[in-house]
Design a protein around this ligand. Structure first.
Ligand code: HEC
Length: 150
């Protein structure tokens, strides 16, 4: 009887340590998953971004250099703010002076502008409230970065 009890206790103990090893394995797997989803997020998804761009398309063209209400966004990633040649006569003073002061549309600046256009460049005339979801922002930047040609 004593031996049986001891054996049972041993079994229980080994099961629970197996259990905690499994838990550890599961939690490190989920940390890994989380890390990959953050990496994917930082990269953005250009196919999804093309859909997000539907919200910009009334005012912007990204696949050609044709201006609409807003400047064309072909090659905008890396461009200095307020410097699309064909739109020079239409930019607000605010956008042109932001560019003159050194604002370049790198990914970080674009993300801030698309989140809160009026905060990033006070006085600019883009009539757009901003994108609220970080995923949408990362994806639309990935789309713009792909320099989408027709
Ligand atoms: C209602 C029209 C409108 C919508 C919608 C709109 N924009 Fe704009 N956008 C403008 C205008 C107008 C400007 C020029 C602002 C200025 O000169 O002050 C501008 C400027 C910009 C600039 C700066 C370009 C440069 O050459 O410096 C970027 C980048 C931009 N928009 C991206 C976007 C994206 C991405 C979206 C969609 C998520 C979007 N915009 C939606 C009208 C719009």
């Amino acid at each position: 009887m004593q031996r049986l009890l001891r054996a049972r206790r041993y079994k229980a103990a080994s099961q629970s340590s197996l259990g905690s090893a499994m838990l550890r394995a599961i939690s490190s797997a989920s940390v890994l998953l989380l890390a990959t989803s953050i990496a994917a997020h930082a990269g953005g998804d250009r196919a999804l971004g093309k859909k997000v761009f539907n919200r910009c398309i009334a005012c912007h063209e990204a696949a050609t250099d044709r201006d609409k209400i807003g400047p064309h966004l072909l090659g905008v990633v890396g461009r200095t703010a307020g410097t699309a040649e064909s739109f020079l006569g239409h930019y607000s003073e605010a956008m042109k002076s932001a560019g003159a002061a050194g604002l370049v549309w790198d990914e970080a600046n674009l993300a801030e502008y698309l989140k809160a256009p009026k905060l990033k460049v006070p006085g600019n005339k883009m009539a757009f409230a901003g994108l609220t979801k970080d995923d949408d922002i990362a994806n639309v930047i990935a789309y713009l970065k792909a320099d989408p040609k027709p």
